[in-house]
Design a protein around this ligand. Structure first.
Ligand SMILES: Nc1ncnc2c1ncn2[C@@H]1O[C@H](COP(=O)(O)OP(=O)(O)OP(=O)(O)O)[C@@H](O)[C@H]1O
Ligand SMILES: [Mg+2]
Length: 317
């Protein structure tokens, strides 16, 4: 890989070890300027460790990371003014207001004049400027955190789980802010557990598992290259259907809506399955046969369940 500043980020054979554990295990990738790149992976996969090495907070054990053409370990102080960071679980001072928070962080960056009102407009917190941090809802706190990450008008913004723990409406409000930044041409590097978030925002998604990248590409490419099976969804209140499907040697699961989902490797199996249900006298009220979505591809590639709060598949009891 050539080190070329057409790239915002270049990661080459990056490894981070903690005693016996490889938290990040020899990963390589590049992020172009203006691209939105998402790291997707289960708890403990190494996302935060990766982000914090790239954004200069932690040191790698080995490998090379270059930001805007500069080596992160040697040019840290040239890099910091040009990046913004929303750390995982961002928190601020309880008793200072939204505006004061931004003024404070802006002063920390001392060398640039921040357009505080412009920033407040970007994250849509105009009505909250005089509200103390402790009185903001979770979603508003995250939007303030994004504004803090932007006080130095950075070229690259790192966002570690920007929407974890937010309700769907608050999550959408954060997505709107991030889509606005994308439109402005900022390079965004985010980590997430949410497939919908990755599909909506990211140009490139890297799926990580135990420190390794197991798949990488656009959401569409990831689905296409892993869609070597079909997902059949059966709506049924007839409990026999589940057992019949299982007895045929398939592995049905109930999804979060109570529908039965079955993974089938061959088109022929669809016919076989439906014939067997009919012959057994069981009934269903709805049927859908489709390719897997990003969430199912993620589960296949990581072989682990998602965090609480996402629409994961539940095993049958
Ligand atoms: N400072 C540290 N010392 C020792 N082990 C660490 C340290 N930081 C992280 N780890 C371990 O490295 C692994 C990766 O952790 P990391 O926080 O990067 O995961 P993550 O993908 O961000 O997880 P989550 O989704 O829960 O935020 C975990 O096993 C974690 O316990
Ligand atoms: Mg993390």
């Amino acid at each position: 890989m050539t080190l070329n500043s057409e790239y915002a980020i270049e990661v080459h054979n990056l490894t981070k070890r903690y005693k016996g554990l490889s938290a990040v295990d020899n990963i390589s990738f590049t992020v172009k300027r203006g691209e939105v790149f998402a790291l997707l992976g289960p708890n403990g996969a190494g996302k935060t460790t990766t982000v914090e090495i790239i954004d200069t907070i932690r040191k790698p054990t080995s490998g090379k990371v270059t930001l805007l053409g500069m080596d992160v370990t040697r040019k840290k102080y040239n890099i910091i003014p040009r990046i913004g960071v929303l750390p995982q679980g961002f928190s601020s001072f309880d008793r200072i207001t939204v505006k004061e928070t931004l003024q404070y962080y802006s002063r920390l960056f001392c060398c640039r004049k921040t357009d505080i009102d412009g920033l407040i407009a970007i994250v849509n917190l105009k009505d909250k400027v005089k509200v103390q941090y402790k009185n903001l809802s979770g979603g508003l706190k995250q939007r303030l955190g994004i504004a803090v990450a932007l006080v130095n008008d950075p070229e690259i913004v790192f966002l570690d789980e920007p929407t974890t723990g937010l309700d769907p409406r608050a999550r959408r409000a954060v997505w709107d802010v991030l889509l606005g930044l994308k439109k402005k041409g900022k390079t965004l590097f985010l980590t997430t557990h949410y497939m919908e978030e990755a599909e909506l925002l990211a140009d490139t998604v890297a799926i990580v598992k135990r420190g390794k990248i197991t798949a990488m590409g656009s959401p569409g490419e990831l689905i296409e290259s892993n869609a070597d099976y079909l997902v059949v969804m059966l709506k049924s209140v007839d409990e026999n259907v589940f057992d019949m499907v299982r007895k045929m040697g398939f592995a049905p699961v109930y999804d979060s809506h109570g529908d039965i989902r079955v993974r089938l490797d061959r088109t022929d199996d669809v016919r076989r399955l439906l014939n067997a249900i009919e012959a057994g006298g069981a009934s269903f009220t709805g049927l859908d046969v489709r390719k897997p979505n990003l969430e199912e591809v993620f589960l296949k590639l990581t072989d682990e369940t998602l965090v609480e709060g996402s629409a994961g598949i539940k095993e049958a009891q």
